[in-house]
Design a protein around this ligand. Structure first.
Ligand code: SF4
Length: 211
């Protein structure tokens, strides 16, 4: 169990899955660059949170809900938690919904973040949450995500890796990949330039080491 002052932002898990270097730049080096996509994303989330609470039939909707897990060591704000009324037991069952400005991604970073939200709620409310949903603003599409064993394991391992990385204080070197083109920190990270410099340095060191 982590202590209150050891908790990491929930979003660090999403950045960790996307790229460990991005996670380190943000949470070790405190680098943050606002670009069009991050500004649009922030406004999108603020609009969701401003809508407050409402009830639609058998669904109660809470927005901008504070959540945390001492087991994962994370804290954050859930965009939307729907409470679905189970008529047989008269229980309002939590169902987290995460809003994303863009479109579904190739990796699991959004699913891991959503699953981590569910683990927070399970710990706070003493319930089991089998599924939640992701909503993407660009495609106006919402789809359910099952919190199966594999996804839960991925969320737990990602939390451990994020804690270890940030505690190490060491930012990993860049590895230029396709994902870099959609990274908000590409101009601070300079993956192509640093990678090239590193390979020249490695080459020179190898030459000098040869008899
Ligand atoms: S530019 Fe690429 S290597 Fe650098 S932080 Fe972003 S995704 Fe990671």
């Amino acid at each position: 169990m982590y202590k209150e002052d050891e908790l990491l932002p929930l979003s660090s898990l999403q950045h960790m899955v996307f790229c460990p270097r991005q996670c380190a730049l943000m949470f070790i080096e405190q680098v943050w660059d606002e670009n069009r996509l991050t500004v649009e994303g922030r406004i999108f989330h603020e609009r969701v949170h401003e809508l407050g609470q409402e009830t639609r039939g058998d669904v109660r909707i809470s927005r901008g809900v504070f959540i945390r897990s001492l087991r994962l060591g994370i804290v954050g704000i859930a965009d939307v938690i729907e409470f679905h009324h189970q008529t047989d037991s008269d229980i309002w069952h939590p169902f987290p919904v995460e809003y994303k400005r863009g479109k579904p991604k190739a990796d699991d970073c959004d699913k891991v973040q959503l699953c981590a939200q569910a683990i927070c709620l399970e710990e706070m409310l003493g319930v089991t949450i089998p599924a939640g949903a992701l909503f993407y603003g660009q495609t106006r599409h919402r789809f359910d995500v099952a919190f199966d064993e594999n996804l839960r394991l991925e969320a737990e391992e990602t939390a451990i890796r994020a804690h270890d990385l940030i505690a190490s204080g060491q930012t990993p070197p860049p590895v230029y990949e396709k994902r870099c083109e959609s990274c908000s920190l590409i101009s601070e990270c300079l993956p192509k330039t640093i990678q090239k410099r590193r390979s020249v340095k490695t080459y020179l060191m190898r030459m000098l080491a040869e008899p």
